[in-house]
Write a protein that binds this ligand. Structure first.
Ligand SMILES: O=P(O)(O)OC[C@H]1O[C@](O)(CO)[C@@H](O)[C@@H]1O
Length: 545
């Protein structure tokens, strides 16, 4: 982004207009603000009115998108152009949810055909496990699925499996799902104590199939299995599935050929839940629901590819994100779902946004002269109200917020007489809190009174910008759309900033140094040239271990 360009300078000028950038005033000046900042799309309603934007600002942001050739960038992404410039490859997560009837030829290959071939294999495995045909070494059907993976090979399937628990069908009676990611062993050791090796199936999920965190956990699982059944070829065949973009590495580790599910180097790890990495999702909610998740995402892809920018939800969300982070210097963003099923969405978005856009150089290697990705965190909104909302309301930091809530819930629940009504009341309580919080964040005390004589500690400043996303209900289809929306938001922001959202070089150095320090902790060879802090920490560990 050229900070000297006319469009950027105009936006910078607007960003200094303190008088304009006040939600009270923005609402007072334009009583019909909702006409142009409320958007309905499919089963969603988006309220951007509580963002610090005027018509002039939005026009400027749309011009900025134009000047950054966003339209071309979006078509390049979807057509499979090498948008991941540092690795010279496409980022084709949109192809993972294209219908079978479509075709997309990239490097002489119809990737849509490959995608559906892989989905067929996923379906075959799902059917075998659901029907009880897939059996453990002693002939018993599988009861426990353990996904071992980290980052994109964990967060997406984990988040979606939790969000869609209501959509598990009759196999829920005989299948339990577990996710192991942490390298320190806490999760795997605790989990193995509760499992029966005869009926466990491990899914080793790793795009690279080299991530050390995953392989320490996988090796522990293998040792545990071999303790129960020393016949390794039987264990490998009946208890381990591999999901990866590297068949060679899967062979090396010993995954049986029939148990290897492949995806492709053109799928970024944090964009991979739609591929075979989503196997735990498909096992949990069934293939039809998994396909509904893909269709919901595809619908959002179509809107991203075709809607005019002023009505294009991912474009608006991304442009407003850039306005907040880059022009208004709001460097913290929180995601607040008002529905416990979305508990892990903020965590998932932490990787999606910060690993994608936490960068300071442009695609042509220049240092950026502006702020890029804000720090993102979040929690279930109602719980966060009792934890960090104090800072949002009365702290010294500017924070932008996304409120997310399904309008309807519990209508189909039949947990006994009267229960539905009670649960619906609880859901409405949550919705009321969602609206109350965005209102107070926007208008402070003025939301309820004009009393100027409040003691200072009771004063709420307001003017914290937020977007509210309402979905008619949370189901596989709407969840697919919601996730795809955030994926595209990331791409829009990266395109404006001129950065590559599809690599993650910033995680590599730590891996190399950890390898050296592991050798040093194990005493062989002793570490050389360490800084005094690390050397003393290492000595302390070695003395006390
Ligand atoms: O799927 P893999 O190759 O094991 O990688 C896991 C995660 O590690 C990272 O490469 C970061 O270290 C993420 O981008 C990725 O999602």
């Amino acid at each position: 982004m050229d900070t000297h360009s006319k469009v950027v300078r105009a936006l910078q000028n607007l960003s200094r207009d303190k008088d304009l950038l006040n939600l009270d005033k923005l609402f007072a000046c334009d009583a019909k603000r909702n006409d142009w900042l409320f958007k309905s799309w499919e089963q969603f309603t988006f309220d951007f009115t509580k963002q610090l934007v005027s018509k002039e600002i939005l026009t400027g942001l749309l011009e900025l998108a134009e000047s950054r050739k966003l339209k071309n960038r979006i078509s390049g992404l979807i057509a499979g152009k090498p948008v991941n410039t540092s690795e010279d490859r496409p980022a084709l997560h949109t192809a993972l949810r294209m219908p079978k009837s479509k075709s997309l030829v990239v490097n002489q290959t119809n990737v849509v055909a490959d995608v559906h071939g892989s989905l067929e294999r996923v379906k075959g495995i799902v059917d075998k496990i659901h029907s009880g045909q897939w059996r453990g070494y002693s002939g018993k059907p599988i009861t426990d699925i353990v996904n071992i993976g980290v980052g994109g090979s964990d967060l997406g399937p984990f988040m979606v499996t939790n969000a869609l628990k209501d959509f598990q069908a009759d196999w829920k009676n005989h299948l339990d799902f577990h996710f192991v990611s942490s390298m320190d062993g806490t999760q795997i050791f605790k989990l193995l104590e509760t499992l029966n090796p005869e009926t466990c199936l491990f899914i080793i999920s790793s795009k690279s199939f080299t991530t050390i965190d995953t392989f320490y956990n996988a090796n522990t699982a293998m040792e545990w299995m071999l303790g129960a059944c020393p016949d390794k070829s039987l264990v490998v065949k009946q208890h381990f599935i591999g999901v990866s973009a590297s068949p060679d590495k899967m062979n090396e580790w010993g995954i049986a050929a029939d148990n290897q599910l492949l995806f492709w180097d053109w799928v970024g790890g944090r964009f991979s839940l739609w591929s075979a990495i989503g196997l735990p999702i498909a096992l949990s909610v069934g293939m039809d629901n998994f396909e509904a998740l893909l269709s919901g995402a595809h619908e959002m892809d179509k809107q991203f590819a075709t809607a005019p920018f002023e009505d294009n939800i991912p474009v608006l969300l991304g442009l407003i994100g850039v306005w907040n982070a880059t022009f208004l210097n709001i460097n913290a963003h929180t995601v607040l779902p008002y529905d416990g099923r979305l508990q892990f969405l903020p965590n998932y978005l932490t990787q999606l946004e910060m690993e994608s856009n936490g960068k300071a150089v442009t695609m042509d290697g220049k240092k950026v002269e502006y702020k890029t990705c804000p720090i993102l965190w979040g929690d279930i909104g109602p719980n966060a109200q009792h934890a960090f909302y104090q800072l949002l309301h009365q702290g010294t930091q500017k924070v932008s917020c996304d409120f997310i809530a399904p309008i309807n819930r519990y209508h189909d629940t039949s947990n006994g007489a009267g229960t539905d009504e009670f649960l619906i009341k609880q859901h409405k309580l949550s919705l009321a809190n969602c609206l109350a919080q965005s209102r107070v964040l926007a208008f402070g005390n003025k939301a309820v009174s004009d009393d100027e004589n409040l003691p200072a500690h009771k004063f709420y400043n307001g003017n914290q910008p937020s977007t509210t996303i309402l979905m008619d209900e949370l189901n596989p289809y709407t969840l697919g759309s919601l996730i795809a929306l955030y994926e595209h938001k990331v791409f829009v922001m990266a395109s404006i900033w001129g950065i590559n959202p599809f690599d993650q070089w910033g995680v590599e150095l730590g891996k190399v140094i950890a390898g050296e320090l592991l050798d040093a902790i194990q005493g062989d060879p002793p570490a050389k040239n360490l800084d005094i802090s690390t050397q003393t920490l290492l000595d302390t560990i070695k003395n006390k271990a």
